[in-house]
Structures are given as C-alpha cells and as structure tokens.
Design a protein around this ligand. Structure first.
Ligand code: FES
Length: 111
C-alpha cells in the first residue's frame, strides 16, 4: 500500500485526483473515512475528480453518470460499466491505497 495523501488536507465530500504508481485515482473523504475509485469514467474516459459528490457517489461532470463510491457501479446513464474501486487504509493522518487490484473486480480502463 502506498501513502498517497494526508487526511487533514482532503476536504470532505470533495473529489481529489492523485496518481498512484501510474494509476489515476479519485479520492473522496467522507468524514474520517476515505473512498478511492479509479479516476477514469467508464463512459468516455473523463476525470471523475472533476465531478461532484452526492450521497456517497461521484457524478461525472461530462454527462452526469453517478458512480457509487463503494461498489463503483453507475447508478445513472449514460455509463453502463463499473469503475474499479480500491482498498483504503487511514493510519493517523496518512491515507494509504492499494491500486494493484480492484476491490469490486471491475476491469481497469485500457488507457
Ligand atoms: S464521460 Fe462520464 S458520463 Fe460520459
């Protein structure tokens, strides 16, 4: 697991993009927890960190699909495929992520 951010520097319910070993990740702080989802929208490869957090989901700013931060599944069209989600551990102020496998078994985007 790689330390990728400081909890104290993440704004609540505000997406933040980080690159972890070449993988773009959208981090979202929800209180004292953090969710990590691949930053690439499964519809047309837009950055999810450019979007808005609604009720434990992140809404893509290009066409409005919302992805559940726990399951990675889209809850609204036009996206149909899930986005990989990642294991997160918060240790004190350090946020660690494992990007080697998706916790939801969703395929990684091609690019
Ligand atoms: S690129 Fe995200 S919904 Fe179209």
């Amino acid at each position: 697991m790689a330390a990728v951010a400081k909890l104290s520097e993440l704004k609540d319910a505000t997406p933040t993009r980080v690159d972890v070993d070449g993988v773009p990740v959208c981090l979202v702080r929800l209180g004292d927890d953090v969710r990590a989802i691949h930053d690439t929208c499964s519809h047309q490869q837009w950055s999810l960190a450019d979007g808005t957090v609604w009720d434990r989901g992140v809404e893509c700013s290009l066409h409005g699909s919302t992805f559940d931060l726990d399951s990675g599944r889209p809850s609204s069209l036009p996206a149909l495929k899930p986005v990989p989600t990642f294991d997160v551990k918060v240790d004190g102020d350090d946020v660690h992520i494992d990007v080697t496998t998706a916790t939801n078994d969703a395929p990684f985007p091609d690019h």
